[in-house]
Ligand binder design. Structure first.
Ligand code: FAD
Length: 452
């Protein structure tokens, strides 16, 4: 596998901020979705102020994939080169999405690559790009009060009030915005599974002869073990410099949902007891304190994402959390952010109330998001619920080539359909279900669905 970035994808221009539109946007939460919104809003010329509760960003998190539906924005934002140094998008294991493209279907990867990176790298690069574009980022700023009127919306942070035309609650899976603005209280339902996950230097894997083969020098590889109710993933990133492993297992312990909850490698060893000893060898290399044990929960789709006046919206995980097996949490948050940037531009250009922009965002996005969420359950069941008493056809456990999901340009889609959505003369407080537009693209059968 080549370790060089694909020359056809390098040297993308780093566009400057757009001409000022006069639209003021506050983004609460500088995670992946909030930063995507900030970058695209600045490129559109909107003024952006971000508020992030963390006073410093710790390198939490591990592997995170940006599929072509969000990878296309990495290129447009001019940060392709920074991310592609880490990974060039070529698979070396048994599954190669490129090679498996159905005949007659255009290759989404040709236009927009897949970035298989780590959250801490992606996060660092996005923050730098957002600040370079002029987004103002307040750190150590926890938002716990939202105020809105017909003309504007405000937040209170540490006793100071900040006002903007619209506010985006990009404050993650345990969103306060969802609760305070929409009055929707977090009601997670146990999914029956939890996940051990960690990332650390690949040198620790290479130092152990039992598992060294999983982490070749200078290139990236991924190996997956699947079985009844359990799967274990070992992968490398940054051209073989770092590894991550993830173990999704039946949730018997009382684990909370958090990116910071410590896990005990001994518990992980219990789960893979009697399986391939390579997995135990990997687990035994985990540095102290590096393991997270995170509960996987379901949440029903929210009845709406936008406040009564249309001035405040939730986005990313705050609006629609994803199971890791969907591989779409970050990508859908990026799609949200770029969509809002463009609906704001369109509302401004057409002289619409800016609340239309957020309602249009919800109408354009909600059906697609619901379908993408289903993919996580389908993929997981495909691995966990096989009949392991029989020989398994290796082809049957491959993740399907998701054309409808990956070959989607969220900004082009927003620009194409904004007028259609608004022409329905929707009431700003109408629930999302009444606004959903089901386009031809969405009516296609789910190509990710696995034959039952
Ligand atoms: C520390 C951390 C590590 C993660 N690691 C991974 C990973 O390894 N792999 C993976 O696939 N996904 C990971 N995720 C989740 C992943 O980033 C999201 O699922 C996805 O990218 C959607 O992004 P988001 O912007 O909606 O949410 P997030 O990326 O979770 O960002 C939400 C942000 O809002 C901030 N915030 C929350 N409440 C407030 C408040 N009241 N005021 C101000 N700021 C607030 C949070 O501190 C956080 O920075 C991680 C998330 C976090 C927070």
């Amino acid at each position: 596998m080549s370790t060089q970035p694909d020359p056809s994808l390098t040297d993308y221009p780093r566009p400057p901020p757009g001409a000022p539109t006069g639209v003021k946007v506050i983004v609460v939460g500088a995670g992946i979705g909030g930063l995507a919104a900030a970058i695209e809003c600045r490129l559109q010329g909107h003024e952006v102020t971000m508020f992030e509760q963390a006073s410093e960003f710790k390198p939490y998190g591990d592997n995170l994939g940006l599929f072509p539906n969000s990878g296309r924005f990495v290129k447009r934002w001019g940060i392709h080169h920074e991310l592609s140094k880490k990974y060039d998008g070529t698979f070396i294991t048994h599954q190669n999405h490129k090679a498996e493209r159905p005949e007659g279907v255009a290759d989404p990867f040709a236009e927009a690559p897949l970035y298989d990176t780590t959250r801490k790298d992606l996060h660092r690069i996005l923050i730098a790009r957002a600040e370079e574009l002029g987004a103002v980022l307040h750190r150590g700023a926890r938002v716990d009060k939202y105020i809105e009127s017909e003309d504007s919306a405000s937040i209170e942070v540490n006793g100071t009030t900040y006002t903007a035309d619209v506010i985006l609650g990009a404050d993650g899976v345990k969103s306060k915005a969802r609760e305070l603005v929409l009055g929707i209280y977090d009601a997670p339902k146990p999914s029956g599974y939890a996940i051990f996950r960690t990332a650390y230097s690949a040198d620790l894997i290479r130092a152990n002869p039992e598992c060294a083969h999983l982490a070749p020098e200078g290139r990236d590889a991924r190996t997956i073990w699947i079985g009844p109710d359990v799967h274990f993933i070992h992968g490398t990133s940054m051209n073989g410099k770092e590894i991550h492993w993830l173990l999704t297992h039946l949730d018997t312990a009382d684990v909370e949902e958090s990116w910071m909850l410590p896990g005990d490698p001994k518990d992980a060893l219990e789960v893979v007891k009697g399986w391939d000893p390579v997995m135990s060898a990997v687990i035994n290399t985990t540095p102290p304190g590096a393991l997270i044990d995170w509960k996987l929960v379901f949440r029903d789709p929210l009845p709406r994402w936008v406040s009564d006046t249309g001035r405040i919206a939730v986005m990313g995980d705050a609006a629609h959390p994803f199971l890791p097996t969907s591989q779409q949490g970050a990508s859908q948050a990026v799609e949200d952010g770029v969509t809002i940037a463009h609906t704001l531009t369109l509302a401004k250009e057409r002289g619409h109330p800016l609340g239309y922009a957020l309602k249009a965002y919800e109408a354009l996005r909600s059906e697609r998001v619901k379908r993408a969420q289903q993919v996580g359950v389908t993929n997981r069941n495909m691995w966990h619920k096989l009949d392991y008493s029989k020989d398994i056809d290796p082809e049957s456990v491959k993740l399907p080539f998701a054309v409808w999901l990956w070959d989607h340009d969220a900004t082009a889609y927003a620009r194409e359909h904004y007028d259609e959505v608004v022409a329905r003369d929707f009431a700003i407080s109408a629930p999302a279900a009444q606004l959903d537009i089901v386009h031809e693209a969405l009516e296609k059968p789910l190509q990710t669905a696995v034959a039952a």
